[in-house]
Design a protein around this ligand. Structure first.
Ligand SMILES: [Zn+2]
Length: 287
């Protein structure tokens, strides 16, 4: 980080970003006013725009001083230059393959097992990923995103069992603002089989190649790797496209859906209240 001055500046600025916490029904939702995230929130991710730009996750296009470490032999573990979390990493596959969870979920859970002090997350191609053409995960500090932060006290005690077997359990997420599936197993292999059963239940939108979803994953203990699959109904809420006062620029990814809404514009941070936060998460998620 010391050699990448641009990123360093943004991490220093992160100390000063404004945040607030809202009580929404029986949940807590955080709001973060973070102007550097405009690059992602405002990103055009239509196929034409994506084809025309050079991919910023490909090694040859990355800044020379964005150093990384290899992970699982096929990913790069990089500092995210536009942080939301105090520690925030981007983990692209070394090859330029489209964003797709199938075939990579087991890798995600291997990362969780290996780096058990981090929260990992996945944004589907139309669910917050600003590089839908290049497979990547992200990871960052634990204890910040409300769904993970409040997990043991609030959500874990409320979940109900859907399916046991294959070395783990699938639960229904209860008491949260939108629907979700929780997979708990001790190994990445057991996770993979259970994830397949969740994946096959979700609809694939016409013209798309995978069900819309975000995933948040972390290690509750050595024996309990947790992943929460949040199915998505929409890429962006209607207020994202509205004009004038009705416009609220929030483009939800896994962290927003996990209860940390990112507003790159100050006016949206100021007007964000419990009602609007709930409406955005429920419109983009599934009830
Ligand atoms: Zn690429």
């Amino acid at each position: 980080m010391t050699c990448w001055s641009d990123a360093r500046k943004k991490y220093e600025q992160l100390d000063q970003v404004l945040t607030k916490e809202l009580a929404v029904d029986n949940c807590h939702v955080g709001v973060q006013y973070n102007p550097v995230r405009m690059v992602s929130t405002g990103a055009k991710v239509d196929a034409k725009t994506i084809r025309r730009r050079s991919c910023f996750l490909c090694e040859m296009n990355r800044p020379a001083d964005q150093t990384g470490m290899p992970l699982l032999g096929k990913y790069h573990f990089l500092l995210n230059p536009n942080p939301i979390l105090p520690r925030h990493y981007t983990i692209p596959l070394r090859h330029h393959n489209r964003q797709q969870i199938q075939g990579h979920y087991e890798d995600l859970m291997k990362m969780v097992k290996k780096l058990d002090n981090l929260l990992f997350f996945y944004n589907g191609p139309l669910c917050g990923a600003s590089a839908p053409d290049h497979m990547h995960f992200q990871a960052g500090s634990r204890g910040v995103v409300p769904l993970e932060r409040d997990w043991k006290e609030v959500y874990r005690p409320q979940m109900s069992c859907l399916r046991k077997g294959d070395g783990g359990t699938v639960y229904q997420l209860n008491g949260y603002l939108c629907a979700g599936y929780v997979i708990i197993a001790s190994t990445a292999e057991a996770h993979e089989a259970l994830f397949d059963s969740v994946y096959s239940m979700l609809p694939v939108p016409e013209g798309e190649y995978e069900p819309m979803m975000n995933i948040l994953a972390w290690a509750d203990s050595e024996e309990e790797l947790v992943s929460v699959v949040l199915p998505r109904a929409k890429h962006r809420p209607d207020c994202y496209h509205a004009e004038g006062d009705a416009k609220t620029l929030v483009s939800p990814g896994a962290l927003d859906m996990g209860g940390l809404l990112i507003t790159p514009r100050e006016e949206d941070f100021k007007k964000m209240n419990a009602q609007l936060a709930k409406a955005i998460i429920q419109e983009c998620g599934v009830e």
